[in-house]
Design a protein. Structure first.
Length: 262
């Protein structure tokens, strides 16, 4: 499996020059394991549009907060009638993933609904506790701790595994379910929206320090921090990454364009 970082920013796109190193686009990652899978569709997904047409494209959404789906409005493959695109997500508050997206991408906010875009788009509702198989990828999801409901994922393929835990508030996980869910993963992509000591209770986010603590307990081999808060510019993130490097060689900070082999 090869993972490419397409977008690292949380909440809002940044136009600041001070964020060009670690990234300006909102959350999106691309996994190439023979199967082409995107995790979330923030503006980072616009960095990966030129894909061959012969295979379906899969998009796995953690939730539909605007920073995680904003790239869908203008993503070129969605406007290509020759493309087959499959979008997966969990029901939230009784609404299917298609209903959730159509409420955002459609009138009066956009001229047409996502379900009316030219591409051959199919929507799939996921169930917690039921494994989703996409070719050789086994995908499991559990509810996270974040306002309006969101989900964390664990993906396994040929003996390798990685976890996805953006928009997750570690400090309120009293049952330590994330620790159990990600046990022995080769890599976990973890929420680094806040700085250590500045975590805000009830906001649904974490810090790199909490990620390191979780991954140490869960015996995760490598930790990738992402979903940076709007005020965390390159200078701040560089200083934090340097501090982390002095503590551990297994934690790295995501940069837009970074590629990781699993």
């Amino acid at each position: 499996m090869k993972l490419k970082v397409l977008g690292t920013r949380g909440s809002f796109v940044s136009v600041k020059k001070e964020n060009e190193i670690y990234g300006r686009n909102t959350s999106s990652f691309y996994l190439d394991a023979g199967t082409r899978l995107f995790l979330d569709a923030g503006t980072g997904i616009l960095n990966c549009e030129d894909l061959p047409c012969e295979k379906a494209i899969h998009i796995l959404l953690s939730h539909v907060h605007i920073d995680h789906v904003l790239g869908l409005f203008e993503w070129k493959p969605l406007y290509d009638p020759d493309r087959e695109i499959r979008i997966y997500g969990h029901r939230r508050k009784g609404k299917t993933i298609m209903e959730q997206l159509d409420a955002i991408i459609g009138p009066p906010y956009w001229p047409i609904r996502l379900s009316q875009f030219p591409a051959k788009i199919r929507f799939y509702d996921l169930e917690e506790g039921k494994t989703l198989m996409i070719d050789d990828l086994a995908i499991d999801g559990i509810a996270s701790i974040h306002p309006d409901e969101t989900y964390m994922y664990r993906i396994e393929n040929n003996g390798r595994s990685f976890g996805y835990a953006l928009d997750y508030e570690a400090g309120r996980d009293e049952e330590r379910k994330a620790e159990r869910f990600f046990r022995n993963c080769d890599l976990v992509i973890f929420d680094g929206n806040d700085l250590p000591g500045q975590e805000k209770e009830g906001y649904g986010h974490s810090s790199w320090k909490q990620g390191m603590e979780l991954c140490a307990e869960a015996k995760v081999r490598k930790l990738l921090i992402s979903h940076y808060g709007y005020d965390l510019d390159d200078a701040v993130l560089k200083a934090e990454e340097t501090a982390v490097g002095e503590l551990s060689g297994t934690c790295v900070f995501a940069k837009e364009g970074m590629e990781i082999s699993l």
